[in-house]
Design a protein around this ligand. Structure first.
Ligand code: ADP
Length: 588
């Protein structure tokens, strides 16, 4: 590029220089010629003044010839012609004349008007003729001609000087233009490198050196452009990073679909929900990635421009999850009018997992139903017996006490359910204050043994403890763990028919100790084993109620054990008995 630009500039200068030289040459030749003709004319006028002062004697041929020779000393050719066109005398003796002297245009003019002038460009002569009227004779015409030979001479000289001057100018010009072109090309090349650097994304400013001119102005404006681009790109990329960080960390699934129903973008939550590979799926047709026809239908509506689309859909077959879906059209800016385009260029869809919300709604509904049900039976009984007493049974000595007993029993039951509910609510709200201390397993079991033995013997159930010595202490709240164990032992006795047996055992692992309560009771069907830990869930509700159970015991026990960082589980077979176990981390 350097050489190309240099030669181009150099040649331009050369052509310009030559053009100027030719123009100067032709102009000066014209000027020199017209100047020479003018001065020759002036000379001829002076000569005629002289001739007028001392005119020839036309009556004597010799005198005319002498006069002609005398005048010819001025360097001019002198010709004297009479009125009829005959040559009286000629200093050149008619040499080289192609035509007759009487035909010369200046002679003709002089004959007609008194004075005639002409320039003979063939023989390079400036001619002037004038008519004289001698007193005695007929008129004569004197014609003087000066050669223009010296014009050529001076032109030649001028040209030579011009050529030398031009050569000097040319050499200096080439030298100067070489230096100038080198500097210029170097600066242009720097600018080119700078613009390539900008195109490659390097926006460091370029400190332009050299004079203040258009090139440095260009460099300044390119620096400004680079700084502006740098700022804009930094801003855009930080905004993009922020948006993608937001999208990435969103629990909602977000996806963008283009007008051709291709997945343009989806965040990790979206790919997790629909079980698609976000990276490989981008650019894939929507129909290949999304199986839910409801979701596809919603996205299509948004692609047709429908706004404010919202729907609840279920995704998955084995474990369906509920999603609240919102879809909206994306309208790109119309490039010409800077307003949103009429047709959407795509759609954005957001999936919000509401499975837990729906589950909680169900739980809440179930809970209200269950609580009402739990309260209704005792309240109806209390109301009924109270009314019976008021209606007169209070005076019936046989039954009044029994009725009051029943009322008290139901009131106690209500109080128990209320207590359990409050306890459960406290645990679930995270307000259970646990006081962790080392709790000996032996002491824990022995603390429940007395009550259990009493209850067991009443039902003719054998109760035994199989606790090996040396089990390390648990880390727990002794009173709450006591409640858990007592509840499990009560259940074991409750659901074991007379003649059965209940055994409580314990074993220690490296990090935790496990307490087991085994009975030879009625057992729990496999399908119910998971659910007995739910609130109010009972395998046989009537039997449980009859026994004064609230259906909340296991639920509370499980919460307490989990609050200790432990587990509670059951193994059971119908008719063979159940084995409840809970493990609690060791104190050390
Ligand atoms: P309840 O107050 O009814 O005993 P729980 O939450 O303690 O409530 O127990 C829930 C249900 O689990 C009981 O209704 C019963 O059907 C079943 N269950 C609990 N323990 C046993 C067991 N040892 N043997 C058989 N069924 C049991």
């Amino acid at each position: 590029m350097r050489a190309r630009l240099f030669w181009r500039l150099g040649l331009t200068y050369l052509v310009l220089l030559l053009g100027v030289l030719i123009a100067v040459d032709s102009y000066s030749a014209r000027v020199v010629r017209s100047h020479s003709i003018r001065s020759a004319n002036d000379q001829l006028v002076s000569l005629f003044n002289l001739a007028q002062a001392r005119p020839p004697d036309a009556s004597s041929e010799v005198a005319v010839r002498d006069w002609t020779d005398w005048m010819a000393k001025s360097g001019a050719r002198v010709t004297v012609i009479n009125a009829s066109g005959g040559v009286l005398a000629d200093s050149a003796n008619g040499a080289g004349d192609p035509e007759k002297p009487s035909d010369w245009p200046e002679v003709q003019q002089a004959l007609a008007n008194g004075v005639g002038r002409s320039v003979d460009s063939v023989r390079e002569l400036v001619c002037r003729a004038q008519r004289f009227q001698p007193a005695s004779d007929s008129p004569i015409v004197i014609r003087l001609a000066l050669p223009l030979a010296q014009i050529d001479l001076s032109l030649k000289e001028l040209r030579q000087r011009l050529l030398v001057a031009s050569l000097i100018i040319l050499v200096i010009g080439i030298g100067v233009s070489l230096i100038f072109a080198r500097v210029f090309v170097a600066r242009v090349e720097h600018l080119k490198d700078f613009s390539q650097r900008i195109a490659a994304g390097d926006f460091h400013p370029w400190l332009a050196v050299g004079p203040r001119d258009e090139l440095s102005d260009l460099a300044d404006s390119m620096n400004k452009t680079a700084a502006h681009l740098d700022r804009e790109i930094r801003l855009l990329s930080s905004e993009r990073n922020r948006s993608s960080a937001i999208l990435r960390s969103m629990v909602e699934g977000v996806a963008v679909v283009d007008a051709q129903e291709r997945l343009v973008f989806c965040n990790r939550a979206f790919s997790d929900i629909l079980n698609v590979q976000s990276v490989t799926s981008e650019g894939s047709p929507l129909i290949e990635v999304v199986r839910s026809s409801e979701l596809i239908g919603l996205i299509r509506k948004a692609l047709h421009g429908e706004e404010g689309l919202q729907s609840d859909i279920e995704i998955g077959i084995v474990q369906p999850l509920s999603f609240s879906v919102t879809a909206a059209p994306v309208k790109a800016l119309d490039a010409d009018r800077n307003v949103p385009a009429d047709k959407p260029s795509g759609a954005v869809v957001v999936l919000h997992d509401v499975t837990e919300l729906r589950r909680l709604e169900h739980v809440r509904q179930d809970f209200v139903g269950n609580v009402s049900h739990e309260f209704k039976t005792p309240l109806t009984a209390i109301q009924g017996f109270a009314e019976t007493l008021l209606a007169g049974a209070v005076d019936d000595p046989k039954n009044n006490r029994r009725f009051l007993e029943i009322i008290r029993e139901h009131a106690v039951r209500l109080a128990r359910v209320t207590d359990d509910l409050l306890k459960l609510a406290r645990i679930e709200a995270g307000k259970l204050e646990l006081e962790f201390f080392p709790v000996g397993v032996q002491e824990l079991i022995e603390g429940c043994a007395e009550t259990t033995l009493l209850k067991a013997s009443r039902k003719q159930i054998s109760f035994s403890m199989e606790v090996p010595a040396g089990i390390p202490a648990l880390r727990g709240d002794a009173s709450l763990l006591h409640d858990v164990l007592q509840n499990l032992l009560d259940n074991a006795i409750q659901y074991t028919p007379p003649g059965g047996r209940v055994v409580v055992g314990a074993a220690a692992g490296p990090h935790e100790a496990t307490v087991t309560i085994s009975d030879s009771g009625i057992g729990i069907p496999q399908a119910d084993q998971e659910r007995i830990f739910e609130r109010f869930y009972r395998v046989d509700a009537a039997r449980s109620r009859e026994a004064g159970g609230t259906g909340l015991g296991l639920s509370i026990a499980k919460h307490i054990v989990e609050a200790h960082g432990g587990r509670l589980w059951v193994e059971s077979a119908v008719g063979q008995g159940s084995k409840f176990s809970f493990s609690i981390p060791l104190a050390s």
